[in-house]
Ligand binder design. Sequence first.
Ligand code: AHM
Ligand code: MG
Length: 320
Amino acid sequence: MTTFENFLEGHKGSALNDEMVVLLREIAQATRRISDTLKTSAFEGLTGATEETNVQGEAQKPLDILSNEIMLEACRNVPSVSFAVSEELDAEVAIHADGKYAVIFDPLDGSSNLDVNVTVGTIFSVIEAASAADILKSGRHQVVAGYAAYGPQTVLVLTIGKGVQIFTLNTDGTYVMTTADAKIVPEAKEFAINAARRASWDDVVAAYIEEAIDSGHNMRWVGSMVADTHRIFNRGGVFLYPADRNKPASGGRLRLLYEANPIGLLVEAAGGEAIIGNTCILDIEPTGLHQRVPVIFGSKVEVDKISAGYAARVLEAAAE
Ligand code: AHM
Ligand code: MG
């Protein structure tokens, strides 16, 4: 049995330095606390919405705020953390003046699903950033990334740059490795997209989905990115949240720093692909903390088909 802590210790001094081991232990502890808080939230009056909205104008739920506090506290507990950057906060928060790591997180992804008891999650990544100006870097600079999914089981999925490990939370609070070196199968006949937005898809996405349905693919949409991602880790498929073709400037629904980049690092480390048009998500240079982007990721062969569609479109545009 390999615990999360055993795994970290096993990589200490090679893939992970001492500071990163401390930081990851603290993040894992934060996810245990969030998991426990979710389980009893109905008894604590932590349901429904608050009067608050976040910087993006989205209604905040009590559990969004509490999860954000738990993640912030984890950051404060670790001397090597310089900044905390959260989907729920307007700007980065300075943590330790001599810290070197920025922790970037969506404390409770998919929180619109909370009241219906559907899986939600915490997404995180860590980059080196001694000053606030260092935070806006492409996803290739992420040192580690992961997510916790709070569903029938609480799982913690982590990449330390190479490989992806999956840990499951036991009743004694121990994260036990349940999948070593997880891989996303290259082909799978399943896609995840909010089909209600079909009229807003671009031609490439519309053509891919039409072809997928014609060739017998199945559709699944949880509406919690971590849950849809976790399914793809287990049985493959593609996740798509494209930009609205009528509002291209809006970028899409999901955020580059808090959602697309960490999931992109995990997906690539598991042999899958994550793209924006025909560019890898991880190569996008961010322009703002809360920047939204169109997101497509999953099984390599499927994502390649979509990427080829975008590449052809670029060639056609150049020929016009
Ligand atoms: P959130 O971070 O505010 O929860 O929003 C992100 C979520 C994703 O988890 C999910 O994939 C998407 O929003 C669902 O969007 P939709 O409401 O279009 O189904
Ligand atoms: Mg989110």
